[in-house]
Design a protein around this ligand. Sequence first.
Ligand SMILES: Nc1ncnc2c1ncn2[C@@H]1O[C@H](COP(=O)(O)OP(=O)(O)OP(=O)(O)O)[C@@H](O)[C@H]1O
Ligand SMILES: [Mg+2]
Length: 400
Amino acid sequence: MSDPIDRLLDAAESGKSIIKNRDILHFTYVPKIILHRDSEQEQVTQSLIPILKQSRPSNLLVYGKPGTGKTLVVKKVISKIQERVEQSKFPIKLVYSNSKEETTLYGLLVSLGRQLGLDEKELPTTGLATSEVFKRLLHKIDEGKLNAIFVIDEIDYLAQLVAKTGKDILYQLTRANERLKQGSLTLVGISNDLTFKERLDPRVISSLGEEEVVFTNYNVEQIKKILEERINEAFVENSVEESALNLCAALAGGEHGDARRAIDLLRVAGEIAERQQSDKVTTKNVEQARQKIEENKEETSLEAFPLHEKLIILAIMKANGSSTGEIYSSYKNLCKVVGRDELTNRRITQMLSEIELSGIITGRLIHQGIHGRTKKYKLEISSEMVKKAFKDELTLKDIL
Ligand SMILES: Nc1ncnc2c1ncn2[C@@H]1O[C@H](COP(=O)(O)OP(=O)(O)OP(=O)(O)O)[C@@H](O)[C@H]1O
Ligand SMILES: [Mg+2]
């Protein structure tokens, strides 16, 4: 029998590969054409045009569901304006940062500052008060008479980064102009959390939402076109079956038309097909891809839970029954085994509701006549999955 390693390497070398350019399926790839988004590209451009004439564009809020092309469109508009600005001598600065990629508010402000040209000496990476960092950003704009646009992507995370002061910093950012003697600052916020706006301070809404562009959901047909475009670029000709393409589009378009999900499905399905050394991506591969992505998502969220949440999930797995009381006593036992102090029943009840939000467990209220009511929980994922996700947590190794 042939060596398993050689067999794989032979196959790879003999060039039986159906993906000809993997990068095109990566989420950072910027496609040459943006389909179905002419009007959104126009609206965003229109809103920022004053910058070319050296005046201050209104603040802009861009929102729409995940994977509807917001980041793609805004980045493209910004880079097109940038190209033109570079040829002119105007002091215009367009900077982009993503709140989700920064772990602190400080980090986010520093990233904006660096792009404005502030170096480590003018703006150290740690050690200042946030208000001081902010002051230095404004000073830079003022001093250079800059017309600046700050794009803050996933801006809802900014509010979370600083649960209490988040609103305040947004307020300061949107009103920064009032503190500038020269130059200007425009804020472009992008959010996929449609309730984000409702949760904001009304003063922030009125200034951040001076202009708004809403990205609507793609329908299945539109997702299909986006996928066809990518397939042409990324795959060897005729290597994706029409039915597989349709299934990707239907799965991603069915919910709210998420182009990212569609492209992910396609990429993973392609990789699965390649691994099976098949020369076509079939609906079966798409189905396998869907399952794999789903499992990865669950595994990642399981891994991210703190220890006591993990103990509760294990308690649900091991409990004799599913009522809150039964889960609590099973949890207390596990705490003893691993040598940790148990949290109160009340805290655990709270945590159960929090874990429920992740979809990993579901709860059901049961009325028991004169005994009042109790909530029963059940695990929505397999115990194998739980064990796999927790295997690296040393504290749990005796109870898995
Ligand atoms: N109209 C389109 N044409 C081609 N590709 C698209 C289009 N819309 C989205 N995509 C692709 O889909 C993926 C998701 O798009 P994008 O990152 O812009 O979504 P988003 O609206 O910013 O989502 P989120 O809110 O989750 O950040 C990217 O890979 C992007 O290239
Ligand atoms: Mg985005």
